[in-house]
Design a protein around this ligand. Structure first.
Ligand code: TYD
Ligand code: MG
Length: 452
């Protein structure tokens, strides 16, 4: 029976049954590509067998292994992001912009895991063995027992894996791998999906942990890592701003640990170094109190982290004033501006607004609302907040303030970094941290009246 061809948009991932020049979902041009069905893998498996579809009750599972075995790399930031170490027979996707440091991170991780007793194979489809060796020399890892291979043909790679039986394999990158059973160019949606499927299935059945490296591409020409996100157990994104040295490894999906966990690294001349105290790093360039600058006590994953919001407000020469945000959500900024205007009487009509998170960090927490509002008002009024003050809390559309989760952890981190006061929403549960004076507010209006 002939299979119906299906098509997918490389920009937004939408599926359609027919090809067209323009994607109906995201309106992008020339992004629709045919997706061939996944290859059948090793042939000759019977489609009907006694074990297929066998049912099992949850209580039976108790007799299976209770917790998957894990191996630690010894790099705390990496182990935590993985959810407490590397899990056997798991598939991990590490995505990120080209040049952000994925290969560097994984070569360092490979060396660490190899030193801790795992048999590690690093397969590069982008660099020759000599180039990887040069990188290893720069990273001071030439003594590590990591096996290297420079290969793109997946059949050859699987044969090697079958023979070598490593514990941990890194495929750098999934976009360079190709299967001879799939008629499409390497990097196309069909090839990326099929290669990822083959590798993850092979890894699971043979008890190998596999990392797939995926480049994020903005133009959608090459299938991005998003097409394999659902096939793997863990999805990590490696982020950072060009021009900044620090990098963040962020777990966006993790079957073996909490999602949203992050690891912070710094790119140095000798590879990536762990950043053990990120708050101190993000605040390191802060000078004297300036209008528009506010320190936010946030929580990233399981730990508190302080960072600085900076706002600039200036009369606009445009009929439609500018709203520019770096490191925070643009629509959330629009919401805060609207609430400030309607509920607190602070209009921004005719004013350009720029908002930036210092150091290139990306903040996603709603608890940053009050810090953003504070930065905006401070910039507009040209009045600085006290130097030793942190701000956090969520703002509702009514102009009310809602307490943020883990208030005490935030206060403790603030105290650790020498802050002596905190502006927060009123909480039902009292209690603070010694050394940090709490200034609790009920509403945004109350906040504007009290602080400015
Ligand atoms: P790389 O790991 O090759 O990026 P990716 O695999 O994500 O494409 O990192 C490339 C950048 O990192 C490159 O611009 C040089 C820089 N770098 C350092 O600053 N220090 C180092 O020790 C190494 C190995 C790379
Ligand atoms: Mg690379």
């Amino acid at each position: 029976m002939a299979k119906e061809p299906s098509f997918t948009c490389t920009a937004c991932n939408a599926a359609t049954t027919k090809w067209s020049g323009r994607c109906d979902t995201c309106d992008a041009w020339n992004t629709i590509e045919e997706v061939k069905p996944l290859s059948n893998g090793p042939k000759s498996k019977k489609s009907i067998g006694s074990g297929r579809g066998k049912q099992i009750t949850l209580t039976d599972l108790a007799t299976l292994e209770p917790e998957p075995p894990r191996t630690l790399s010894g790099v705390g930031e990496l182990d935590r992001t993985l959810g407490g170490g590397l899990v056997k027979a798991s598939a991990i996707l590490v995505g990120g912009d080209p040049g952000i440091g994925k290969s560097t991170l994984l070569l360092q991780a490979a060396a660490r895991f190899a030193r801790n007793g795992l048999k590690v194979l690093y397969v590069s489809g982008e660099e020759s063995a000599a180039q990887i060796q040069m990188r290893a020399r720069r990273l001071g890892l030439t003594e590590s027992p990591v096996k290297l291979a420079s290969e793109t043909n997946l059949r050859d790679i699987l044969t090697t894996l079958e023979a070598e039986k490593p514990d941990f394999v890194i495929i750098d990158s999934i976009q360079t791998m190709w299967l001879d059973t799939v008629e499409a160019a390497p990097g196309s949606v069909s090839q990326v999906r099929s290669a990822a499927h083959e590798l993850t299935t092979f890894a699971k059945t043979n008890g190998i942990a596999v990392v797939l490296v995926g480049h994020v591409t903005k133009d959608g020409q090459i299938a991005g890592p998003r097409v394999v996100e659902h096939m793997v157990d863990t999805v990590l994104y490696f982020e950072g701003e060009r021009g900044h040295q620090f990098r963040i490894l962020r777990a966006v999906k993790n079957r073996f640990g909490p999602a949203d966990e992050i690891g912070v690294f710094e790119m140095t001349g000798k590879g990536l170094a762990e950043v053990k105290n990120p708050s101190a790093m993000f605040l390191s360039e802060r000078g004297d109190p300036a209008p528009g600058s506010v320190v936010f006590a946030g929580i990233e994953g399981s730990r508190p982290m302080l960072c600085e919001f900076q706002a600039l407000v200036a009369p606009s020469p445009h009929s439609q004033p500018r709203r520019t945000v770096v490191g925070w959500d643009g629509s959330r900024l629009a919401m805060i501006l609207a609430v400030l205007e309607s509920r607190a009487g602070v209009p921004f009509t005719g004013l350009d607004v720029y908002l930036n998170v210092a150091g290139g960090l990306r903040v996603t927490e709603p608890a940053a609302d009050l810090a953003v509002a504070a930065a905006l008002i401070s910039a507009r009024e040209d009045a600085a907040l006290p130097k030793d003050c942190v701000v956090f809390g969520e703002i509702s559309l009514s102009g009310g303030l809602r307490p943020a989760p883990q208030t005490e952890n935030r206060l403790k981190e603030a105290s650790k970094l020498g802050f002596t006061s905190a502006i927060t929403p009123v909480r039902a549960k009292r209690g603070g941290v010694s050394g940090v004076e709490l200034r609790e507010m009920n509403t945004l209006l109350h906040f504007v009246e009290q602080v400015f």
